[in-house]
Design a protein around this ligand. Structure first.
Ligand code: FAD
Length: 638
């Protein structure tokens, strides 16, 4: 029998990025004890890498902004596939969440009259991103950590123990969720340094593990993004939605190869940077899609005028939603107008004085100087699409973050629905704050409603331990496989076959490669011991990546249209018949294989509430909806 180190908490939050920390704060403020577990160092999460800002309609840069416009922009950006209730809550609550951060000590950049400054970003009608230069995520994490320390000080004053109600478990990977009957009873994992097992007994778990980008070869994401939360939820009986929608950010670095994929913030374009091909043409004017015709500037003069006064002109198409810009860059490169390294140019150097660039974009200046020996104040950057964000994730109740499994909640990038088929820049940081808080509240309300505490069965601990250790002792019936080789192969074929542009035959090819990998993974072997063993860590993560990739590929095959972060070469347009259809991924209960089989079924979304639908002009809705769906709109006519 396995005897792990044991801890008992009311709530276990898995993930210490923005969503996780905000959930911790809320659950603790409701009086519950909370463990926060992260596989990286505390403070190192994707949230800390966020650059451009946090979207909230505070109206500081343009007083016409309001939650309704933010809601409309978010729905348009997601091509109306978003869970409208999440988009509504997000737009309504984001300003309060940003102001609240100030009460925790956040120091945002200011307008001349002392209010929080807001910058332009793709798809947002008004300058809306509260920011701290191009290091906004760092400030978010810093202030939430500071808030947690202040809560720990209160706990110390009350109990003599700083960690009485919040304790951080860093460099600890969760490998399994445990259940008592249908309901969550805890989480099982291991310390990365010692390899020793650890068990958290808790009636409520909040998943806040972020995204899946490390399954793709070219990505802005770091090593932690292996889809762990997605896979843990699936294996525990929850469902994933929208997994076919992957955001390829248009501007990643393309050169030198060692830094390919590293993000170049959209803030560069928000602050006036423009995309050009090798002929020096600002090509985005040629790529305004029909659904956005009339909403974007049609000449360089108009686009430049908008940068100075966004009431007197239409916005620049350099700031179309990310899916549109990424596809446009792809087209330019394919047409032979790309750079020798397969990108296009992003020029800020000719647009403003050098000292202004350094003031506004210090990290970008530093990043290009250090990594590519390019001075962005004097020459253009070379950029191209990079896998950045997963719109798909754990299906949750919009108000509480509850998944299908009692006691299991999710928030942040690992949850699905909020962003529909494509996320607008800046809407993730606000999503983390709004729904991290709501998941904390949801977990607290769930615990209050419980009559008995769920228990962890010893057999489940043994099973979880055996599952974690399997790569040391595989049931080899063929050539032993190395996790690093498997990972490289997975990243390559996901990039090539289920990447930015997809075709039926190629997605089929990816599914057979995934099938093949299922057999190969049974022979995956790691050498050495459990003490800090990166090969073992990767082997554990790889099973999650494989499961999640299976969801991406199977859903991508089923959705026979192009929408947001899912482009099918063989079905190049958006199909209104697919607009309200979600593809829901589940695994068979009791399937204990390393990578369980995935089933994908269609589910219809709940129709949008009439008062929200009426915020849009009928003419615009007609571009997305079937006639029957919008027959009740006041302007529907006959
Ligand atoms: P994260 O912040 O990534 O946190 C995930 C946590 O889960 C980590 O602590 C990790 O260690 C932990 N974890 C994962 N698996 C396990 C496991 N098995 N066991 C234990 N712990 C685990 N969005 C914006 O809105 N504005 C921006 O300007 C912006 N810029 C970005 C720039 C870059 C370079 C990148 C990569 C993203 C950017 N984004 C931006 C997106 C945004 O940063 C992320 O979507 C967001 O931070 C995700 O937050 P999260 O709390 O969901 O996850």
């Amino acid at each position: 029998m396995t005897e792990p180190e044991r801890h008992k908490y009311d709530v276990v939050v898995i993930g210490a990025g923005g969503a996780g920390l905000r959930a911790v704060i809320e659950a603790r403020q409701k009086g519950y004890s909370v463990a926060v577990v992260c596989k990286s160092l505390f403070g190192k999460a994707h949230t800390v890498m966020a650059e451009g800002g946090c979207a909230a309609s505070m109206g500081n840069a343009n007083e016409k902004d309001n939650w309704q416009t933010h809601f409309q922009d978010t729905m348009r950006g997601g091509k109306f596939l978003n869970n409208w209730r999440m988009a509504e809550l997000h737009a309504r609550e984001a300003p309060d969440r940003v102001w609240e951060l100030e009460t925790y000590g956040a120091l945002f950049d200011r307008t001349a009259d002392g209010r929080i400054a807001q910058r332009n970003f793709g798809g947002h009608t008004y300058p809306r991103l509260a920011h701290v230069g191009d290091r906004t995520g760092l400030e978010l994490i810093r202030t939430m950590q500071q808030k947690i320390v202040s809560l720990q000080q209160e706990d110390h004053a009350a109990t003599g123990d700083y960690e009485a109600r919040i304790k951080v478990f860093a460099e600890c990977t969760i490998t399994e969720l445990l259940k008592d009957g249908d309901a969550i009873s805890g989480a099982f994992g291991y310390w990365r340094e010692s390899g020793r097992f650890v068990l958290f007994e808790a009636p409520a778990v909040v998943l806040a593990t972020g995204g899946i980008g490390k399954s793709f070869k070219v990505t802005s994401n770091s090593w932690e993004y292996t889809g762990d939360g997605h896979a843990l939820a699936l294996r525990a009986g929850a469902s994933l939605i929208n997994m076919e929608f992957i955001q390829f950010h248009p501007t990643g670095m393309v050169w030198p190869p060692s830094v390919k994929g590293i993000l170049v913030t959209e803030g560069v374009r928000g602050d006036g940077g423009v995309l050009k091909n090798t002929e020096g043409k600002r090509f985005m004017f040629d790529y305004i899609p029909p659904v956005f015709k009339g909403q974007y500037a049609e000449s360089e003069d108009e686009a430049d005028k908008w940068l100075v006064d966004n009431d007197s002109a239409r916005r620049t198409p350099d700031l179309l939603p990310r899916d549109e810009v990424a596809r446009a860059i792809n087209e330019e490169v394919k047409a032979g107008r790309g750079t020798e390294h397969g990108g296009v140019y992003l020029d800020i150097a000719s647009r403003m004085p050098a000292d202004e660039i350094i003031r506004r974009l210090p990290s970008m200046h530093h990043q290009f100087k250090e990594l590519a020996d390019v001075d962005i104040t004097a020459e253009p950057m070379e950029v191209g699409p990079t896998c950045h964000y997963v719109m798909g994730g754990i299906e949750v109740d919009p108000d509480t973050g509850a998944s299908r499994v009692p006691g299991l909640f999710a928030a942040g990038e690992c949850s699905g629905g909020m962003h529909g088929s494509n996320r607008l820049g800046g809407n993730s940081l606000s999503d983390l704050l709004v729904f991290g808080r709501r998941a904390g509240l949801g977990a607290a309300a769930y615990i209050e409603s419980l009559r008995t505490s769920p228990r962890v069965a010893p057999a489940d601990i043994d099973r979880a331990a055996a599952f974690a250790l399997a790569p040391f002792d595989p049931a080899t019936d063929g050539t032993p496989e190395n996790p690093y080789t498997l990972h490289t192969d997975l990243q390559q074929f996901m990039n090539d076959l289920v990447g930015i542009i997809r075709k039926e035959a190629e997605v089929h090819e990816a599914i057979s490669a995934l099938d093949d990998m299922r057999s190969r993974i049974r022979n995956m072997t790691v050498e050495g011991h459990r003490q800090f063993n990166p090969g073992w860590h990767l082997a554990v993560d790889l099973r999650n990546m494989l499961l999640v990739c299976e969801c991406v590929a199977r859903a991508a095959l089923m959705r026979t249209e192009s929408r947001g972060g899912h482009t099918r070469d063989d079905f190049p347009t958006m199909d209104p018949a697919w607009r309200n259809t979600l593809l829901v991924c589940t695994t068979e209960a009791g399937d204990d294989s390393p990578v369980p089989e995935v089933a994908v079924v269609r589910e219809e979304q709940i129709p949008m509430r009439p008062d929200l639908l009426e915020l849009f002009d009928f003419d615009e809705l007609e571009k997305y909806y079937t006639a029957a769906e919008i027959a009740g709109h006041p302007d529907a006519g006959g």
